[in-house]
Write a protein that binds this ligand. Structure first.
Ligand SMILES: [Zn+2]
Length: 105
């Protein structure tokens, strides 16, 4: 089943994008996690090079804007200039499933 969002809430102060899926599941995606998995052409290209070391994003990076892309997913614009990546729903759902709460936080 293709994950489908019921509600999208951007908690700008804490830097978390919250997606409530149609099944009732909730993904809380820190902005820096989304940025670390940026889908813009530059980042995709960097990740494809096996010898490349991708520097981790600045932990202070924040989402600057969120644009829906038809029924495909979201175009996420970050405040460090990475603004052309399209994040399909299944990709966002997978990122949410991968993110586990950090102990002590
Ligand atoms: Zn990028």
């Amino acid at each position: 089943m293709t994950p489908w969002p019921d509600a999208i809430t951007d908690h700008a102060a804490s830097g978390v994008l919250e997606i409530r899926w149609s099944g009732g599941e909730v993904s809380r995606l820190p902005h820096r996690l989304l940025r670390a998995n940026c889908r813009c052409a530059g980042c995709e290209q960097q990740r494809r090079r096996p010898d490349a070391t991708v520097p981790p994003p600045d932990p202070a990076v924040r989402l600057h804007a969120i644009h829906p892309v038809g029924d495909r997913g979201l175009n996420l614009v970050f405040d460090d200039g990475h603004g052309r990546g399209i994040f399909p729903w299944p990709y966002l759902h997978e990122l949410g499933a991968r993110e586990v709460p950090q102990p002590g936080s």
